[in-house]
Design a protein around this ligand. Structure first.
Ligand SMILES: NC(=O)C1=CN([C@@H]2O[C@H](COP(=O)(O)OP(=O)(O)OC[C@H]3O[C@@H](n4cnc5c(N)ncnc54)[C@H](OP(=O)(O)O)[C@@H]3O)[C@@H](O)[C@H]2O)C=CC1
Ligand SMILES: O=C(CO)COP(=O)(O)O
Length: 339
């Protein structure tokens, strides 16, 4: 009995812990696995994750676990919440320890480094097509979720029963609305591209531009996301929902976003490395700008904001030059799609 759980969460950083708190608050026994034994000892001792979510006490049903085999044997529902650059590696580690009936969902937002593949492709590559897969995506700052503040999120995947079960596990009439969605690709892409646009919004504010510029970036960022989504087989209507417009507005406008704060620092003249170090947590958009830009080029999709963020992060461009280039673009119709 001791080792059974309703769900196991892999990744004991800010978002993995917040989701584990939310699930346990819903009355589900939740194992939270992390790879650092000292960190997990601290979680057990403090009944809180003081390193990532200070001051938030764990519900009783949240159990920190350091042994991956124990964590994966405890439940067939496995929620992966590690940064995208270690996603494949963590699945490789998990693979020999999974159960026959395991089902895998992730809340990681990003693409695979170097290849730019969607995480569904990475999961398929590592695990084959035996396990149901799903993704959670939407505007959800870890701290607010963990504090039980009202939040909404979307879930989509390969298996309707799994998607519905995830809605049941996560949904709370008091705190968390969970929308089922059938656009697996769109939800993943929205979560990756919004990080890049949040960096651009941060840069704009860091330079000292105002609400007009920020809003223009969000709006045209949404157009870039929709164009890329269309080229990849997503449903463009998805991007008017939680994983598109929702997450863009959240991360482009609020300083809880690490991607936005990273952009702010760059806009104020800090270097890329210094800005990342100062944030001290994962800034998915840093790596993912490279992947999103490469993907857009490969598919022939025009993404001028993404291109400018890429130039600042990887080609020595400055935020001022990026702004100048965007403003100096050819005049065009707002609804024109190809240019
Ligand atoms: N925070 C948020 O509000 C939200 C985050 N997300 C997404 O969730 C994902 C995780 O982000 P978040 O929790 O915020 O990041 P954090 O930086 O807060 O935490 C990342 C965690 O992953 C751990 N980790 C790193 N490498 C490995 C590994 N190889 N095996 C196991 N664990 C590892 C880190 O451990 P260590 O510290 O030891 O390196 C750390 O505990 C990202 O893709 C992010 O975009 C999505 C929505 C909201
Ligand atoms: O994805 C997030 C909120 O939905 C978190 O954003 P950051 O990774 O920019 O902090």
């Amino acid at each position: 009995m001791k080792n059974t759980a309703d769900i196991t969460v892999l990744g004991a950083g800010s978002y993995g812990t917040a989701l584990a708190i939310s699930l346990a608050s819903n009355g589900h026994r939740t194992l939270l696995w992390g790879h650092d034994p000292e960190h997990i000892e601290n979680l057990k001792r403090d009944h809180a994750n003081e390193a990532f979510l200070p001051g938030i006490t764990f519900p009783e049903l949240l159990i920190p676990e350091v042994d991956l085999a124990t964590a994966l044997a405890a439940s067939n529902n496995v929620l992966v919440v590690v940064p995208s650059h270690v996603f494949g590696q963590v699945l490789e580690q998990a693979k020999p320890l999974l159960r026959e009936d395991s089902r895998i969902v992730w809340a990681t937002k990003g693409l695979e480094p170097e290849t730019g593949r969607l995480l569904q492709e990475v999961a398929g590559d590592v695990l084959g097509d035996k396990y149901p897969l799903a993704v959670l995506s939407g505007p959800t700052f870890a701290k607010e979720l963990a504090a039980g503040m009202p939040t909404a999120i979307s879930v989509a995947g390969t298996d309707d029963v799994f998607t519905e079960d995830l809605v049941e596990l996560l949904h709370s009439p008091k705190r968390l609305r969970v929308y089922a969605n059938d656009d697996f690709i769109g939800l993943q892409l929205g979560g990756a591209v919004k990080n890049v646009i949040a960096i651009s919004a941060g840069m704009s504010d860091g330079i000292g531009f105002g609400a007009n510029a920020r809003t223009a970036l969000i709006t045209r960022g949404l157009v870039e996301l929709s164009r890329l989504g269309e080229a990849m087989g997503a449903q463009t209507s998805t991007f008017m929902g939680m994983a598109g417009l929702g997450d863009l507005v959240l991360t482009c406008t609020d300083n809880q976003s690490r991607n936005r704060r990273f952009g702010l620092a760059l806009g104020r003249g800090q270097g890329v490395e210094e800005a990342q170090e100062e944030i001290g947590q994962v800034v998915e958009g840093y790596r993912n700008t490279k992947e999103v830009y490469a993907l857009a080029k490969r598919l022939g999709v025009e993404m001028p904001i993404t291109e400018q963020v890429y130039k600042v992060l990887y080609q020595g461009g400055t935020p001022h030059e990026a702004a100048k280039s965007l403003l100096a673009r050819e005049k065009k119709s707002e609804t024109e799609d190809s240019e």
